[in-house]
Design a protein around this ligand. Structure first.
Ligand SMILES: *[C@@H]1O[C@H](CO)[C@@H](O)[C@H](O)[C@H]1NC(C)=O
Ligand SMILES: *[C@@H]1O[C@H](CO)[C@@H](O)[C@H](O)[C@H]1NC(C)=O
Length: 337
């Protein structure tokens, strides 16, 4: 709620008067696959299923020194045509009374991107001057092992919203909604905004970035970076019949890594903008329109949502992800780890 107030306030200010950017755009679904080049590079399949958007250079291995998405990719599923970054999250499943699992699809964001073939909305936010990411930069936020609210709260705004309408922006929570959500479930993932200024990655993919203390970055991580923020709309509407829900009154959704609480919500980011396109957009303090698909950022070359829908990747792991599955894809590997 607080966040929406800030968003509305930022949008209301005339461009150029403030030094804050709210760059927002849609990214269609590139692929749903069991790959994770950040946490499990080289592993095919990786332990759990992801939904991925962005440049089509997404691959099993994406070494930060050797792999340059901006030169390897030939298309992107995001509206800025110079953004070949990859953005991904885990996948939602519905668990039926008979114990089988059905994958939940993503859908376009009600803020103005309903024409998008699933995927997610990406924001780059700033309040003041920020330094855009360096080639090879990547990070994760959240932890798939978290199962309590106290753990989940270590990361502000890794949250769920029960959508009463496609525009609902109230009632953020850290676990799965406990009642059917008329218009689906929105999952938000917000990354830290301070960087150590040196490392494009770290062994845990998190310690090279940090949260600010109040409005300023800590001495250990002095460089203010854009806030990367995802909103993913999950189309849970086909599963709203409560006679299909568990008899004990619990909610039926589970993350692809076996988490029935939601507290393990996490996200992955791999920077891949061409040249200084992101820095220029942040310096221009772009303010994307709130209730339309107008990215409203003159420094960027943009493509239409139908064009973002055309950029897809074939799945590399050949397994059934669309039937009523006896177990989650990779369940045996998840038990190992
Ligand atoms: C993925 O990497 C392999 C091996 O380097 C390469 O042959 C293939 O073309 C890459 N795929 C994409 C989509 O970049
Ligand atoms: C399990 O339940 C789902 C949803 O009710 C149904 O579609 C599916 O056919 C069932 N599968 C088995 C093996 O009973």
């Amino acid at each position: 709620m607080q966040w929406t107030a800030a968003l509305l306030a930022a949008a209301a200010l005339a461009p150029g008067v403030n030094s804050a950017a709210t760059l927002r755009f849609s990214c269609a679904q590139l692929v749903v696959d069991r790959l994770d080049p950040l946490v499990n590079p080289g592993m095919i399949p990786s332990p759990h299923l992801h939904q991925v958007v962005g440049g089509n250079a997404f691959n099993v291995t994406m070494d930060h020194e050797l792999h340059d998405q901006a030169t390897t990719a030939t298309c992107t599923s995001c509206m800025p045509t110079e953004d070949f970054s990859n953005y991904w999250t885990a996948v939602l499943f519905f668990r039926a009374r008979n114990g089988t699992y059905k994958r939940v699809n993503t859908m376009g964001n009600g803020l103005g991107y309903t024409a998008s073939n699933g995927g997610q909305t990406v924001y780059y936010l700033s309040s003041g001057k920020v330094t855009a990411f360096r080639p090879g930069f990547r990070m994760t936020v959240g932890n798939p092992a978290f199962r309590t609210e106290a753990q989940a709260r270590q990361n502000p705004s890794l949250q769920f919203t029960c959508l009463d309408s496609p525009m609902t922006r109230t009632g953020y929570r850290y676990d799965f909604p406990t009642t059917p959500c008329k218009a689906g479930i929105m999952v938000t993932v917000r990354f830290p905004t301070c960087w150590d200024g040196k490392n494009v990655d770290s062994p845990d993919h998190q310690s090279h970035v940090a949260y600010p203390n109040g409005n300023s970055c800590p001495a250990s991580h002095p460089v203010a970076i854009p806030q990367v923020f995802y909103e993913t709309y999950w189309d849970t509407r086909p599963f709203n019949d409560q006679s299909l829900w568990p008899e004990d009154g619990s909610q039926p959704f589970v993350w692809s890594f076996g988490d029935p609480t939601g507290y393990g919500n996490h996200g992955d980011y791999m920077f891949g903008w061409k040249g200084d396109a992101l820095q220029r957009a942040m310096d221009a303090n772009c303010q994307s329109d709130l209730f339309s698909d107008n990215v409203n950022c003159p420094t960027l070359k943009l493509q239409s949502i139908p064009d973002t829908n055309k950029c897809t990747l074939p799945r590399r792991v050949h397994e059934d992800i669309d039937g009523w599955l006896k177990e989650l894809p990779g369940a045996s590997m998840q038990n190992m780890s």
